[in-house]
Design a protein around this ligand. Structure first.
Ligand code: PEP
Length: 248
């Protein structure tokens, strides 16, 4: 049985005061559910959010990291720094990072490997653009991104990896993939994992859907056989709607 995981991706939102208010609004409810609830916050609020969620079941996540240990990388944050402030999950290869910050499967892979080495749990994002979908390339794109990101990742490490299937055209647009379509692509990703590893890993790995998930569509999405959770952007910024989503 795969434990559902609902993660909020706050992106570049929330000051310290706003972040504290948001997590205070979700932690009581998170304590009542068996769903794993993660708040992926901007670096600047991680410490305060950690303080606020301590003693609750909410898990702390970051949205990026650098693959080097330390050094002259102005503006970057290392895995060790994230561990040091109690981060457990880290989003890697979000489409906004691929699109605006030129991340590639190769850099995604370096980040995934460093995260694993430092015992951070990657939420590795894959997904096709609208153009790729219309060109019938969805399966090819998610296969390339999945295998590229997981290069040299051992079967043993897969227990701590979450994959988020996020069709780029559905992120922040209000357009959602139909739950059947999302399930089809996620089942395919599971097949790709099975070919690379084996049945056990493929049945164990958790794969989320992301792309305009909200309270109104969460239960339908979560009812699909291969979808184990959601990566939620916009709707995670409001405590009430995020609570409704993880209580799908
Ligand atoms: C995301 O940021 O990963 C995302 C899916 O955003 P939204 O839910 O706003 O589409």
């Amino acid at each position: 049985m795969r434990k559902p995981i609902i993660a909020g991706n706050w992106k570049m939102h929330k000051t310290i005061e706003e972040a504290i208010e948001l997590v205070k609004g979700i932690k009581e409810e998170a304590n009542k559910t068996d769903v794993e609830v993660v708040a992926c916050c901007p670096f600047t609020v991680l410490s305060e959010v950690k303080r606020t969620i301590t003693g609750s079941r909410v898990k702390l996540g970051a949205q990026n990291l650098h693959w080097e240990e330390e050094g002259a990388y102005t503006g970057e944050i290392s895995a060790t720094m994230l561990r040091n402030i109690g981060v457990e999950y880290v989003i890697i290869g979000h489409s906004e990072r691929r699109q605006y910050f030129h991340e590639t499967d190769d850099t995604v892979n370096k980040k995934v490997l460093k995260a694993i080495e430092k015992e951070l749990k990657p939420i590795m994002c894959v997904g096709e653009t609208l153009e790729e979908r219309e060109g019938d390339k969805t399966f090819e794109v998610v296969k390339t991104q999945t295998l590229g990101g997981l290069k040299d990742v051992s079967a043993a490490a897969m227990k701590d990896i979450v994959i988020a299937y996020e069709p780029v055209w559905a992120i922040g647009t209000g357009k959602t993939a139909s739950s059947e379509d999302a399930n089809k692509v996620i089942s395919y990703i599971r097949e790709v994992i099975k070919e690379k590893y084996d049945d056990t890993v493929s049945e164990m790995v958790r794969i989320q859907y992301g792309g305009s998930v909200k309270a109104a569509n969460a239960s339908e999405i979560m009812a699909e056989s291969d979808i184990d959770g959601a990566l939620v952007g916009g709707a995670s910024l409001d405590a009430g709607s995020f609570v409704e989503i993880f209580n799908f």
